[in-house]
Design a protein around this ligand. Structure first.
Ligand code: AMP
Length: 503
């Protein structure tokens, strides 16, 4: 397959003096970033020729330092595992152990979060790596190949703990190309970036696709009012439905002059996208009223990048659909009988599909179907879809009731149940997603308490317990104590019944 094309594209901009990133600490140019990444690579290599796929974790704030650290790891032949300040220590410890992380690169302000987590691992701080006297770029001899692992991103599934999806240099390079052509990315674009980077949406679909065209990224933490203000001068904005809902709520609360100013910012954007969860049509229509264009909704997944997207011309976008498969993406809609159908599970094949779940041969085998006749390796998405006669895809839901989507994050009900079950007062627990206009799925825990320990299972104490073990977006928004859980004849909890009751 040859050398990494994502790195060739990166190095091709080594002399570019335009901005690559704007963040809280200022503006960084492409030229500075490429040189700094080589310094990171030099520090990681310590005289070795290549990291040969070693896992290097980043606990770095979104911004130029993140980009430089990520490309530094790639330049050195390493594979990036993205950690998040949102994760409490038990989750961070799990990710580092599961991935076999060798070194952690951290922002100085986040270093204290690694106490007790880092183990014997080497910890490098970005201020030490990047802040010293500019001694010039190190010479880096590593030459990662297209099929080498570039990223390992953790994603929740229907079994136990999150799995590390291994994404190759070629997967990322293809995504940059496909999204570059589908969304007409150009060097003059400015992406307003408010998404977390430990999720493929913020990392690959937003940040890396912008960088693939030499565009620049304006990073800021999400706050609805500040985001409307920061749209001025940006050309592209990407968000999850929860962010779109919060933006529209802030717009409704704003005074007349503020509303006019924000509307003018929104009209000047050339592209607004939505993904990671279904965009309620009412919300999409708000954007259309405001700007004349319905947001471009697309379907993506950690394991495949973007598989399908609505077309760029606004008049060809269809509300309630995720559009058409991208150029190199093969799709099948498979019915219960395993045959092609109009409605069924979506299967995806093509060069954007990830290689494996790290250290989980069984889970990897279960996720794929080999099609020798067509020479394709189908990835089963777990999403039920319908295909319109002209090919547009509609996501109808997930095939498993145990996969939830809240705030754009994919969550495993089973993982949350496992964490809650560690509480001695919890006898039984079922976690469900209740439809919600802002969150998509609102995470609700239905709990049966051990006799006499009902108080300990109240919402306050149980949520506090969960927060110590799970990222905030996984913590149930509501806890309902019940005398018993509804079960069928063989004892399986009837989750759809619970959802109906709570909805
Ligand atoms: P993740 O790997 O966290 O990005 O989650 C991928 C899952 O998000 C998919 O399998 C879908 O269930 C869901 N998803 C992504 N985009 C959309 C969309 N536009 N509409 C509905 N569901 C979506």
């Amino acid at each position: 397959m040859g050398d990494s094309r994502i790195l060739a594209r990166w190095l091709g901009r080594a002399g570019d003096t335009r901005p690559i990133a704007h963040d809280a600490s200022g503006t960084t140019t492409w030229r500075e970033a490429v040189a700094q990444a080589d310094r990171v690579a030099g520090a990681l290599l310590e005289g070795r020729t290549s990291l040969e796929g070693a896992r290097i974790a980043l606990l770095v704030w979104p911004g130029a330092d993140f980009i430089v650290s990520l490309f530094g790891v790639l330049r050195a032949g390493g594979c990036v595992v993205v950690l998040s300040p949102l994760h409490p220590p038990p989750e961070t410890t799990y990710f580092c152990a599961d991935a076999g992380v060798e070194t952690i690169i951290t922002s100085p302000e986040l270093a204290s979060r690694l106490e007790g987590v880092a183990g014997g691992r080497r910890v490098l701080r970005t201020d030490a790596l990047l802040g010293g006297p500019a001694s010039g770029a190190a010479s880096v001899a590593a030459r990662p190949q297209a099929g080498d692992p570039a990223l390992q991103l953790y994603t929740s599934g229907t079994t136990g703990k999150p799995k590390g999806a291994v994404i190759t240099h070629e997967n990322l390079a293809m995504q940059q190309e496909l999204l570059g052509e589908a969304w007409a990315w150009r060097a003059g674009d400015v992406l307003l970036h408010v998404l977390p980077l430990h999720h493929l949406h913020g990392l690959g679909i937003a940040m890396l696709s912008a960088l693939g065209a030499g565009a620049s990224v304006r990073f800021m933490p999400f706050d609805a009012r500040a985001t409307w203000d920061a749209m001025a001068g940006a050309t592209v904005f990407m968000a999850v439905p929860t962010v779109h809902a919060k933006l529209m709520a802030a717009l409704d609360d704003a005074d007349g002059p503020t509303r006019s100013r924000w509307t003018a910012h929104a009209r000047a954007l050339r592209l607004v996208t939505s993904g990671s969860a279904a965009l309620p049509v009412t919300l999409g229509e708000r954007w259309r009223e405001l700007t004349g264009a319905y947001p471009l909704e697309r379907f993506g997944m950690t394991e495949i990048g973007v598989g399908a997207a609505n077309p760029l011309p606004p008049e060809r976008r269809r509300a309630g659909t995720v559009g058409l498969p991208l150029r190199t993406v093969d799709t099948r809609v498979v019915g219960d009988d395993g045959l092609d159908a109009d409605t069924g599970e979506l299967w995806i094949a093509g060069p954007c599909v990830f290689s494996e779940y790290h250290g989980r041969p069984d889970a990897t085998r279960a996720a794929f179907v080999q099609d020798d006749a067509r020479g394709l390796r189908w990835f089963k998405t777990g999403d039920t879809v319908a295909r319109d006669p002209d090919g547009y895809l509609r996501i109808l839901g997930r095939t498993s009731v145990d996969i939830l989507k809240s705030g754009g994050y994919k969550l495993s009900a089973l993982e949350i149940e496992e964490a809650l079950r560690e509480h001695g007062a919890v006898a039984e627990v079922a976690v469900v997603g209740v439809p919600d206009a802002v969150w998509g799925d609102r995470v609700v825990a239905c709990v049966v308490a051990r006799a006499g320990r009902e108080d300990e299972c109240a919402e306050g104490p149980l949520r506090a317990f969960a927060k110590e073990r799970l990222a905030p977006y996984k913590v149930p928004k509501q806890v309902v104590v019940m005398a018993e859980l509804p079960r069928n004849a063989i004892g399986k909890v009837l989750k759809p019944e619970l959802v109906k009751k709570l909805g």
